[in-house]
Write a protein that binds this ligand. Sequence first.
Ligand SMILES: *Cc1c(COP(=O)(O)O)cnc(C)c1O
Length: 461
Amino acid sequence: MKDPLTDAARLERHRRLAAADHRHLWHPFTQMQDWLGEDPLIIDRGEGVELIDTMGRRYLDGVSSLWCNVHGHRVPELDEAVRAQLDRIAHSTLLGLASTASIECAEELVRHVPPALTRVFFSDAGATAVEIAIKMAFQHFQLRGDERRREFVSITGGYHGDTIGSVSVGGIDLFHRIFKPLLFDVHHAPQPYCYRCPLGKTLPGCAMACADAVEAIFAARPGQIAALVIEPLMQGADGMIAQPPGYLKRMRQICDRHGALLCCDEVATGWGRTGTTFAVEQEGVVPDIMTMAKGLTGGYLPLAATLTTETIFESFLGSFDSRRTFFHGHTYAGNPLGCAVATASMKLFRDRRIIEGLPARIGALARALAPLADHPHVGEIRQRGLMVGVELVRDRATKAEYEYPLRVGHQVCLEARRHGVLLRPLGNVVVLLPPLAMTVAQLEQLVAAARAGIDAVTARA
Ligand SMILES: *Cc1c(COP(=O)(O)O)cnc(C)c1O
């Protein structure tokens, strides 16, 4: 579509919108005092893997519009799925009613996950999916008469969303510390962060002592742990912290040995992100509960799902007056528009053989990143599929960090913008999380822009 506005009219419209944003919006995870002093970049349109701002400038969507976009923007098949559903109905409830779109979505969904996960509980965000997983695990054991199993284990540095339950199992000090008085107690195991091992050990000599530390928590609380909640393969929000191979499998074994459930939060890692449809596949692990959101609708609409096994589902069955019902639900659970576009996205995974096409892209991204490994201010590059964190350090030898107020990650992203790429950092970690649809040439452009940003910012920081 050609933009019919003149440059002057565009600028006028941009200024009006920017002023209204500054007057009325409160942006998530954003220091609004800084925000109010800056001219905002306002996205007006999208096309393929590009975002277009109010001034008509184009940028590569380098973090998939916060990790959710899969096939690009304005994908004809997905647009059509939303339109077709709009012609039927935009919303009806799943409380006591069924809907065509949610049935078809669940039916398609279970084809893509490990076969044991046959039950789909819909909600609308990653945080709600995790909240549901926690309550489901808890109630499951209560209903089984195993009332002492009411505690949770999670991993330091985990991120599971921003509701109080999901923050309780989360472990990012910067985000979560202030809310501590509101949270329930969770056992946080040491983070498997090999580059900065909290146990001061190194692979392979350590024999994954961090996994032993998880087991020690279980062993010290026999019969009391309901579930382990974990981001499989890679902790996203704490800075793309990649787990050593075999770690997730160890987590499965620990849960099995101690009679606890394994809950894998695939909100970030799901839908091809790490190179397989779900990250758990890479370790041959089948979780008891799995959560997903971000990529589920291809990044179109807010839809989330908590999947579980028939065994857990059956704990909740009973006569009406047994009150075994799972008393949980969100008004927009299984929203038909979201379900219709999710179904269409999942069909694209099959029809376009997207997972089969990933190795070429993942390899190209790795090759483009390889020269950065020698950069004097790159401490570590962590890549799992199309999920990358480049950790910047002041000093490679000592791994000394850049000071928090310098915002080097943020500065790198501002610089990358000048090269036509939109990124969002995590502290001193530059994140590259492209839509799976990015071509090799676009992936190279993405890395080149990040590199230009890293060069410019580390030269002056
Ligand atoms: C983003 C994220 C969430 C939260 O999802 P929302 O839709 O933002 O609530 C939960 N878990 C993981 C692993 C995530 O990356």
